[in-house]
Design a protein around this ligand. Structure first.
Ligand code: EPZ
Length: 427
C-alpha cells in the first residue's frame, strides 16, 4: 500500500496546468458505447478511475488506445452487454454503463454497486427512472447482487427526480438518447459533468435540450456518429490546489482552469482571505495570512458549494482565526477526515444528527501519520500536511491516484516537499 510523505512549512509558488476532469471523463467514456463507431476524447486525465472504465470498454468489445492525454475508442464491435461483478465492486461509477448498455443493446447485466466510505450511495433513483421507460428489471445471481434489465423498446417518458442526482440524471440521458419518443427529466442535476456528457452526445448527433438546467429534454434518435471531443478541466482538482495554496500560503498561477465551474469555490476561498484574480481559463491565487473562518458552509448540489470540496475546506479551516461550521448535506458520512485531522492537532467537534462539524481554528497543525479513507479526504490530508509543522505521512494514498494524475508531481512543481513512499520507509 503506497503512502505520501509531506514535509510542511513550504510556501507554494509558480505555475501549474490543471488536468482533465475525472467526473466528466467517466460518463463520457460510458457514453462512447452508444456511438457504434469512433470517439476521440481529448484532455482525458490518466487516472486509476479512467483506466478502470477503459478496461470495461475493452471487456465489452471496444478497441481503445492512448496518445498522451487523448483516448481513442472504437465501439463498432461492442457486442457484450454485461459488466463483470468485480468491475463494479472496484469502482461504483461503472454503474454509468447501465444506461449506455441499455441504450445500445436494450439489455444490460451489471452488479448492484456497493456503497463506499462516504455513504451507502444507492441507485434507487436510477432504477425507478428506467423502469418508467418500458424496461424490465430483475435481480439475479447469488444474493441478488446482479441486476438484469431488458426491453424490446425503450420508450421515452416524464421522469421526476426526488433529488438532483448526478449519476441518475446521466443514466437517464444515456438510456433516452437512442429511445423512441421523448424523455423529460424534472429536477435534473445541473453539475457541469452532466452538461459535459450532453455536449459529447449532442456532438455525436443526439437531440438534447436544457443541459445545465433542472429540466432536460431528450428526443430519441436512430443512431449517433463519430465524434472528436475535448473534455473540460477538473474543477475539483483546481479547487483542491487552490485550497492548498490558501493553507500553505504563497502565490500561484493555475492555467487551463474551468473557471466558470468554480464560482462557489472561489467565493468561499475569497471569504477565507485569499486574493484571487480569474480569467476564463486562468486563476491567480495569493495567500499571505492565516485563513479567516467561515461562519456556516453548507455543501449543496451545483451551483452551490460542492461536496467534493468539503474535506479540502475543512483542512484549511482547521487553521482559521476563529470558529467555522460545515454542514454536509449530500453524503451521510463524509467527515471521515476528522479523526485524522485531530491527530494533527485540529480542534473539531461533530454533531452527527445534523451532519455538522464545528472547527475551532488553531495557529499550527503538527505532522502525523494519517489514513486516507477516500479520494478527496486523502487530498485534504495532504493540504493539512503542507501547512503543518514537521512531517505528515498519508497512508492508503492509492485512493488519491483515483482522481489526481500525480499530486506529488503537481505540488512539487510548486515547491512542496512531497513524495510517494512505501510503508516500510516511513521514518
Ligand atoms: C457524483 O456521484 C460524483 N461522482 C461524486 O464525486 C459527487 O460527490 C456526487 O456526484 C455529488 O456531486 C462522479 O461524478 C463519478 P449523486 P453520484 O447521485 O452521481 C443519493 C468524487 O470524489 N442518491 O448526485 O453517485 C446519494 O446517496 C465523487 O469525485 C440516492 O439516494 O452522486 C447521495 O447522498 C465522490 N439514490 C446523493 O444522492 C440514488 O439513486 C447524491 O448522489 C442516487 C443518489
Amino acid at each position: 500500500m503506497s503512502s505520501i510523505e509531506v514535509i510542511g512549512g513550504e510556501q507554494l509558488k509558480g505555475e501549474l496546468r490543471i488536468q482533465g476532469s475525472k467526473n466528466a471523463a467517466l460518463p463520457v467514456i460510458a457514453a462512447t458505447i452508444l456511438n457504434k463507431g469512433k470517439s476521440i476524447l481529448r484532455n482525458c486525465p490518466k487516472i486509476l478511475d479512467v483506466y478502470h472504465m477503459v478496461n470495461i470498454l475493452n471487456e465489452l468489445g471496444c478497441e481503445t488506445a492512448w496518445d498522451g492525454n487523448t483516448l481513442y475508442v472504437d465501439s463498432s464491435n461492442a457486442a457484450c452487454s454485461s459488466v463483470p461483478e468485480e468491475s463494479v465492486s472496484k469502482m461504483r461509477s461503472s454503474i454509468l454503463f447501465l444506461g449506455a448498455l441499455l441504450g445500445r443493446h436494450h439489455e444490460v447485466t451489471i452488479a448492484y454497486p456497493g456503497g463506499c466510505s462516504i455513504g451507502k450511495r444507492p441507485i434507487d433513483y436510477h432504477l425507478k427512472a428506467i423502469k418508467k421507460m418500458n424496461v424490465t428489471q430483475e435481480f439475479i445471481g447469488e444474493n441478488d447482487t446482479m441486476i438484469h434489465c431488458y426491453t424490446d423498446r425503450i420508450i421515452g417518458n416524464d421522469i421526476f427526480l426526488e433529488f438532483p442526482s448526478v449519476g441518475a440524471t446521466q443514466n437517464i440521458i444515456l438510456t433516452a438518447v437512442l429511445s423512441e419518443g421523448t424523455t423529460r427529466i424534472f429536477n435534473a442535476a445541473r453539475e457541469p459533468e452532466v452538461t459535459e456528457v450532453c455536449n459529447y452526445l449532442i456532438r455525436a448527433g443526439a437531440r438534447i435540450n436544457g443541459k445545465g438546467t433542472a429540466f432536460i429534454e431528450v428526443e430519441g434518435v436512430k443512431e449517433l456518429h463519430d465524434v472528436d471531443f475535448k473534455l473540460s478541466s477538473d474543477r475539483i482538482v483546481a479547487g483542491t490546489y487552490l485550497a492548498a495554496v490558501a493553507a500553505a500560503r504563497g502565490n500561484v498561477l493555475f492555467t487551463n482552469t474551468p473557471t466558470r465551474h468554480l464560482d462557489s469555490t472561489l467565493r468561499v476561498l475569497r471569504r477565507t482571505g485569499c486574493a484571487i484574480e480569474a480569467t476564463e481559463d486562468t486563476i491567480k491565487v495569493e495567500s499571505k495570512h492565516r485563513p479567516m473562518p467561515i461562519d456556516l458552509l453548507r455543501t449543496q448540489p451545483y451551483p452551490g458549494f460542492p461536496t467534493d470540496m468539503q474535506s479540502q475546506l475543512m483542512s484549511l479551516l482547521c487553521l482559521a482565526q476563529g470558529q467555522s461550521t460545515i454542514i454536509e448535506e449530500i453524503f451521510e458520512s463524509r467527515f471521515q477526515n476528522v479523526p485524522e485531522l485531530r491527530k494533527m492537532g485540529a480542534a473539531i467537534t461533530l454533531d452527527s444528527k445534523e451532519n455538522k462539524a464545528v472547527i475551532s481554528g488553531v495557529s499550527q497543525l503538527q505532522g502525523a501519520v494519517v489514513e486516507a479513507h477516500d479520494l478527496r479526504g486523502g487530498a485534504a490530508l495532504i493540504i493539512a500536511g503542507l501547512a503543518a509543522q514537521g512531517t505528515t505521512v498519508v497512508r492508503n494514498a492509492t485512493s488519491i491516484e483515483r482522481g489526481y494524475e500525480d499530486i506529488c508531481r503537481d505540488l512539487s512543481t510548486l515547491g512542496a516537499k512531497i513524495r510517494y513512499c512505501s510503508e516500510n520507509t516511513i521514518g
